[in-house]
Design a binder for this molecule. Structure first.
Ligand code: ATP
Length: 137
């Protein structure tokens, strides 16, 4: 059993898609073991995406992450990290497979509706940024 960290991004919450994305998460056999809706500060968004600081789209990325509330989640299941990235589909929605979150809901590479951790190390770091142990049940 593995845990991964998920964000439903502002473009998704704005269009009232929390439930629709959660339905795809649960249909894939992942359990939502923690969830809350928060508004990121600019500093939090910059810290979360610090790995992309040097990229040309960093400013746009930070702006899009603070444009409205996000839903942060911890997902649990067999092979959760890989499975959730399959549920999400390719970063660029025009390349995402049929039935994936990004194929169905993403507006663009920037507004691509959701985030999922890419490794066990990053999952642990990202979960710890938003949840304490007793909030994950
Ligand atoms: P995430 O980390 O959000 O799950 P990812 O791992 O699929 O996405 P990364 O390459 O790590 O993709 O990019 C992080 C985020 O930065 C993407 O989800 C996307 O919103 C944004 N991004 C990536 N490339 C671009 C781009 N060329 N223009 C605008 N935004 C981009």
């Amino acid at each position: 059993i593995e845990r991964t960290f998920s964000i439903l991004k502002p473009d998704a919450t704005r269009r009232n898609l929390t439930g629709a994305v959660n339905a795809l998460i649960e249909a894939a056999g992942l359990r939502i073991v923690a969830q809350k809706r928060v508004l990121l500060s600019r500093a939090q968004a910059e810290t979360f995406y610090a790995v992309h600081k040097a990229r040309p789209f960093f400013g746009e990325l930070v702006e899009s992450m603070i444009a409205g509330p996000i839903v942060v989640q911890v997902l649990e299941g067999e092979d959760a990290i890989k499975k959730y990235r399959e549920v999400l589909g390719a970063t660029d929605p025009s390349k995402a497979a049929e039935g994936t979150v990004r194929k169905q809901f993403a507006l663009s590479v920037g507004e691509n509706s959701a985030h999922g951790s890419d490794s066990p190390e990053n999952a642990a770091i990202e979960i710890a940024q938003f949840f304490s142990g007793n909030e994950i049940v």
